[in-house]
Ligand binder design. Structure first.
Ligand code: HEM
Length: 195
């Protein structure tokens, strides 16, 4: 059985300090600029998939079907993000992406690395392509950084919880027992002895 998407997204929200977490003001600011941001869809999609297709580890994952079909995952995500609302459904969908990524072989380093690329691409495009006043561009980047932290936290946590759920189901151990085993095992390690 998969980890509960609602449970994962609620736990992540409880762990994220409010100042680091995407807020309703961020959501309102972002959706208020949706029509301008929608113009960046082709630019972001082209850059994102150019990078993934140029790297063997990620290209392998995208090898089935047409590139235009693969691009739909990011296009759909960008459109839904600009449209809002950032309600429970949105965060549960991000948790579901953690499961989809486990299934297709996308790792968290791949996902987090591409988030870094998206933030850099947005920073350049807000001023360079959309001609936003610097003050608005700064506020927008603040919102995107909090969105990045929140989405990455939900996707990465869902990835881990789904791994644990499968391990727990297939071994008959409860997730709590696995956590205890990890704690006992790691207590015996000396991190200063590494490197
Ligand atoms: C910024 C980082 C990423 C975000 C926000 C993201 C988001 C998503 C979303 C929302 C879906 C589900 C689409 C849907 O519901 O229709 C999805 C699926 C998928 N993602 Fe990601 N993803 C990211 C990084 C990556 C990376 C680095 C890869 C590497 C190849 C990847 C490959 C895939 C694949 C293969 C699917 C299955 C859907 C398909 O293409 O048929 N994603 N992703």
């Amino acid at each position: 059985m998969a980890a509960s998407f609602t449970g994962v997204s609620e736990a992540v929200f409880a762990h994220l300090p409010p100042a680091a977490r995407f807020s309703s003001e961020d959501g309102a600011f972002l959706t208020g600029h949706a029509s301008a941001l929608a113009l960046l869809e082709d630019h972001l999609t082209a850059g994102f998939y150019d990078i993934l297709f140029a790297h063997s580890e990620t290209a392998r994952i995208l090898s089935g079907g047409e590139r235009s079909e693969r691009e739909m995952a990011l296009r759909r995500w960008w459109r839904r993000t600009l449209e809002g609302p950032f309600d429970a459904h949105y965060w549960e969908w991000q948790a579901a992406v953690g499961l989809i990524h486990v299934r297709v072989g996308v790792t968290n380093p791949m996902m987090i690395g591409m988030w870094g690329w998206i933030l850099n691409a947005l920073q350049g495009a807000l001023v360079g392509k959309l001609n936003l006043p610097p003050q608005d561009a700064d506020r927008m980047m603040e919102a995107f950084h909090r969105l990045a932290a929140t989405v990455q936290a939900v996707i990465a946590e869902s990835y881990l919880q789904n791994y644990l759920a499968v391990l727990a189901n297939s071994t008959g151990m409860s997730p709590e027992l696995i956590h205890r085993l990890v704690a006992v095992e790691l207590a015996g390690l000396d991190p200063s002895a590494q490197g």
